[in-house]
Design a protein around this ligand. Structure first.
Ligand code: MRU
Length: 344
C-alpha cells in the first residue's frame, strides 16, 4: 500500500499532496476554505476522477463548517453557491457531480435538523465518500486481477492510481492487486502529454511500490505493441456513457485503436460512480479544453513558436473498442448498454 495520502480531512482542513510538484517535490497543500479546494481542483493540485469527487465533497463540508449563516434558508443558499463553484471546476469527470449531489442530498434530507448537526453530518458524509472509494478501489483491484496472468506486460495511460483516488487506484488498483497476488508483471507507463501524469505520477507511484515500470513517450505505444511487448492495456475513466463509451485522458482513444489492431485486450477499470446512466453515448460527454500553454510549454519551458493550439484534456473511446469494463461490482462485456445496467 502506498506510503502517501492523496487527500485527507484533518482538523477542519483539507490536506492534499500537490500533484503539480511530483515527482521532484513531495509537498502538501492545506485548504482552509471551500474556495481553496475549488482552486486546487481547477489548478490540478488534485486530479483524477474519484479524487476530484472526494475533494469536492470535502470542499462542501469545509464550506459548511466555516459558514456563519444562522438561518436555515441562508445556510442552504450558501451551500448551493459552494456546490455551483465546485461544479464549475472541471466538466468531464462525472464523479465530481456525483459527489456534489450526494452531499446536497444529505442537506436536503436533513433540512429539519439544526444547522450544527447538518454541518457534522456533511463532514461525516465526505469522510464516508473517501472511505468507500478506498474500499471500492480494493474491490476493483481484486475483481480485475482475475484477468491478469503471471508474466503479463500491461500498458497504462495517464494516472489512474492512488493519486487519482482515495488510495490504491482503479487501473493501478488492478495492477497492484495482481502484483500483491505474486504475479510477475511489468508495466509500460505512457508519459501522457501534455500534463505528464504518466511520467510524473504513475511512474512515481509504481516505483515507490516496487512494481517494475518502464516509461515510454506516448508515440512509442505502437512500437511496443508491434514488437509483442504488451499483453493488455488497462486505463481508468472519467465518465462512462450508458452504452459503454468511455471518456478518459486524451490519447486513450488512439491506444484503443492500436490495441485492437494488435489484438491486445483493452480494459477500463472504474467505480460504478463513473458510469453516467443519464448520458446515452460518448457524444454527450463534455470534454474539457485546457490552457494552450500546457501544450506549448513543458514544465514552464517554451517548446513551440506562436501558433494555433488545441488542448482537449480527454477523448472518447467507443464501446466497440473496449474488451471489458472492470468495476467493484463485476466485469462487464458487450453489449454494455445491457451489462452496465446490472450495476445500478
Ligand atoms: O486530467 P486528469 O489528470 O484529471 O485526468 C485523469 C484521467 O484521465 C484518469 O485516467 C481518470 O480520471 C481515472 S482516475 C482513477
Amino acid at each position: 500500500m502506498e506510503s502517501f495520502k492523496t487527500i485527507e480531512w484533518k482538523d477542519d482542513r483539507v490536506i492534499m499532496l500537490d500533484q503539480r510538484k511530483l515527482p521532484n517535490q513531495e509537498v502538501y497543500v492545506e485548504c482552509r476554505t471551500s474556495e481553496d479546494v475549488a482552486r486546487a481542483i481547477k489548478d490540478m493540485v488534485i486530479r483524477g476522477a474519484p479524487a476530484i469527487g472526494i475533494a469536492a465533497a470535502m470542499g462542501i463540508a469545509l464550506g459548511a463548517v466555516n459558514s456563519k449563516r444562522r438561518g436555515k434558508e441562508e445556510f442552504l443558499a450558501e451551500l448551493k453557491e459552494i456546490a455551483t463553484i465546485m461544479s464549475n471546476t472541471r466538466p468531464t469527470a462525472v464523479n465530481l457531480f456525483w459527489a456534489i449531489s450526494r452531499m446536497m442530498g444529505v442537506m436536503e434530507r436533513n433540512i429539519d435538523r439544526d444547522i450544527d448537526w447538518i454541518k457534522e453530518e456533511l463532514v461525516r458524509e465526505a469522510k464516508r465518500i473517501y472511505e468507500e472509494d478506498l474500499e471500492t478501489c480494493r474491490r476493483i483491484g481484486k475483481v480485475g486481477a482475475s484477468l491478469i496472468r503471471d508474466g503479463m506486460s500491461i500498458l497504462t495511460h495517464c494516472n489512474a492510481g492512488a493519486l487519482a483516488t482515495a488510495g490504491y487506484g482503479t487501473a493501478l488498483g488492478v495492477i497492484r492487486a495482481a502484483f500483491e497476488e505474486g504475479k510477475k508483471i511489468r508495466v509500460f507507463a505512457t508519459e501522457t502529454r501534455p500534463f505528464l501524469q504518466g511520467a510524473r505520477l504513475t511512474a512515481w507511484e509504481l516505483k515507490k511500490d516496487g512494481i517494475p515500470v518502464t516509461l515510454i513517450t506516448d508515440n512509442m505505444a505502437g512500437y511496443v505493441m508491434g514488437k509483442g511487448m504488451v499483453d493488455a492495456v488497462i486505463v481508468g475513466a472519467d465518465r462512462i456513457a450508458s452504452n459503454g463509451d468511455v471518456a478518459n485522458k486524451i490519447g486513450t482513444y488512439s491506444l484503443s485503436i492500436l490495441a485492437r489492431f494488435h489484438r491486445i485486450p483493452f480494459y477500463v477499470a472504474a467505480p460504478v460512480s463513473t458510469i453516467d446512466f443519464n448520458c446515452p453515448s460518448g457524444e454527450s460527454i463534455p470534454i474539457e479544453g485546457r490552457d494552450p500553454g500546457e501544450v506549448t510549454h513543458i514544465m514552464g519551458c517554451k517548446i513551440a513558436p506562436e501558433v494555433g493550439v488545441i488542448n482537449p484534456a480527454f477523448d472518447v473511446t467507443p464501446c466497440d473498442l473496449i474488451t471489458s469494463i472492470i468495476t467493484e461490482k463485476g466485469i462487464a462485456q458487450a453489449p454494455f448498454a445491457e451489462t452496465l445496467r446490472a450495476f445500478i
